[in-house]
Ligand binder design. Structure first.
Ligand code: PGA
Length: 261
């Protein structure tokens, strides 16, 4: 089974309803329907509903950037995955901004991953080490702990369908944006797949989609998409720039065409 390349745009807390609608309109005109590439947009929670009415489902899927792990109840200010299940295919879980700014810890992230799966939403679990952890040689330990705890409640079959994004915190534009070269990213992405193999077996390791994220734009995306273990990219800053994001999707098309030739 060949996997579709996944291009995910995390719009973070940018774009109000009309700006989001305009960007979707422009992307919709430009981006073609493809069997091999799946383009996913993660707008703010507020904008998910209007975009779900506007979106061409043959071209795009929607993701939430977060949600609460309980399905329903007295949790002022929260939105549950149950409420989102008809709107989104994917949810970004454990993003470093959520871990760092909102104190999301291993157990919260594990509960959110489980809530996604329970509600038939595919989690895009973000993992990655900080600059300090990297300097202290703790990258592998951090990745191992983040993966093992987040997937703790899942079966091998459930893990087959999820996505794991390797996002070194130091490479994300928010936290410094130092480029992680493709060969550096490649080693850790392979390690992530090896962890899935060790914990859930060969089939889960083959099928799980491993993405790269951290300052990806149209100029450098190809280097990551060429990595054998890379099934796609998670894009932040460049995803709200029409030219950069459509350039990223174009790069994925070109690579796909070259592979088929
Ligand atoms: P960036 O963000 O592309 O702006 O570095 C990536 C992310 O936050 O997922």
């Amino acid at each position: 089974m060949t996997k579709r390349t996944l291009i995910v745009g995390n719009w973070k807390m940018h774009l109000n309803t009309s700006q989001a609608s305009l960007l979707l309109h422009r992307l919709q005109e430009r981006i073609r329907i493809s069997r091999d590439i799946e383009v996913v947009l993660a707008p703010s929670m507020l904008v998910l509903q209007p975009l779900s009415l506007q979106i061409d489902r043959r071209k795009f899927r929607l993701a939430s950037q977060n949600a609460f792990h309980k399905d329903d109840g007295a949790y002022t200010g929260e939105v549950s995955f149950t409420m989102l299940r008809d709107l989104v295919h994917y949810a970004i879980i454990g993003h470093s901004e959520r871990r760092i700014y909102f104190g999301e810890d291993h157990s919260m992230i594990r509960d959110k991953v489980a809530a996604c799966v329970r509600n038939e939403i595919t989690p895009i679990l973000c993992v990655g080490e900080t600059q300090t952890e990297r300097r202290q040689g703790e990258t592998r330990q951090v990745l191992h702990d983040q993966i093992a705890t987040a997937l703790h409640n899942l079966t091998a079959k459930e893990v087959e369908n999820i996505c794991i994004a390797y996002e070194p915190v130091w490479a994300i534009s928010t936290f410094g944006g130092i480029l992680a070269k493709p060969d550096e990213a490649e080693k850790e992405m392979k390690f992530i797949r090896d962890q899935v193999r060790r914990l859930f077996g060969e089939k889960a390791a083959k099928r799980v989609r491993v993405l790269y994220g951290g300052s990806v734009d149209d100029q450098i995306v190809r280097g990551y998409l060429e990595i054998e273990d890379c099934d796609g990219v998670l894009v932040g800053g460049a995803s709200i720039n029409y030219h950069k994001f459509s350039g990223i999707v174009d790069a994925a098309y070109s690579l796909q065409r070259e592979k088929e030739a």
